[in-house]
Ligand binder design. Sequence first.
Ligand code: KG4
Ligand code: ZN
Length: 342
Amino acid sequence: MERENTGDVLILAIESSCDETAASVVKNGREALSNIIFSQIDLHTRFGGVVPEIASRKHIEKINPVIEEALAQAGTALEDLTAIAVTCGPGLVGPLLVGVSAAKAISFATGKPLIGVHHISGHISANYIEHPDLQPPFICLVVSGGHSHLVKVKDYGVYEILGRTRDDAAGEAFDKVARAIGLGYPGGPKIDQLSREGNPDAIPFPRAKIAENAYDFSFSGLKSAVLNYLNGCRMKGEEISQADVAASFQKAVIDVLVEHSLHAVEQCGWNRFAIAGGVAANSSLRRAFAGECEKRRIAFYCPSPVYCTDNAAMIGAAAYYEYQKGVRHGLDLNAAPGLQLS
Ligand code: KG4
Ligand code: ZN
């Protein structure tokens, strides 16, 4: 059934940059009418990480059914759409190409405008979906499997990167430490859960500071400290408490993220702070930020966990503001695996 023409901006958004095939219909940048996510996690678990070729093949298989389901759940026909949006980078080139090709095909067939979206801009914009009051400017911490960025959101889609990781992304550190303590892939949710049974102060893991930029992060030293600790215990024949290691590691990551982020908020003078990306689904991290922001009277925003990890609704939210600015891409839009935010 076709919708009445209400003047609403309805965007079909597609996301396939890593191991989630996702599609969503987003109304006026703020309301997800559907949010369909096919996660390939089970497929990659036995390899201990995402295998790009396998991911690409699965995206090809799933992209059309996922798009059809997103349209059906939203009660939207292709004719009702205002535009088609897709993540064009950064990410894995094969997986990105599947989404970009699908979006181009739909745009060509329907004559609707095409909008390529930066994946990180999508993560940040996930905050607009459930917080109608949130408007730029604000500071956003983006922590995912591939990125750890502290970003000034100056306006919709206008960013300045204050700090970034010098080595591993926060999610990458979670995944590597989880593997080292035998929890398997993906590590973030497993460490989150196991930490609830552990003592976060049991092991004094290091909190890295970068002399040249107070807003940059480094997690590889922490990862090495965990590996050294585990090796030391094994050599001495000491029992390892997985829960204590998980909780102490997680606390070390959170302490650094909180300290750097809130320093940026205070220096900047904006009283609004948001988190985004897969690691923002972490329950202790959300609690820590909520508590610290309340103490300092900073308005704190975080997406529901389902909008933290990869999804297409966030791409639709970001695309709405690009659409309003007049951004349109041609059918020469390409996957850009190394696309920079600004
Ligand atoms: O944003 P995302 O889905 O994909 C990327 O853009 O990278 O983030 C995935 C990352 C993985 O490293 C995963 O372990 C981590 O987010 N993650 C978590 C949690 N849920 C997912 N890390 C910590 N705690 C969680 N609850
Ligand atoms: Zn992501």
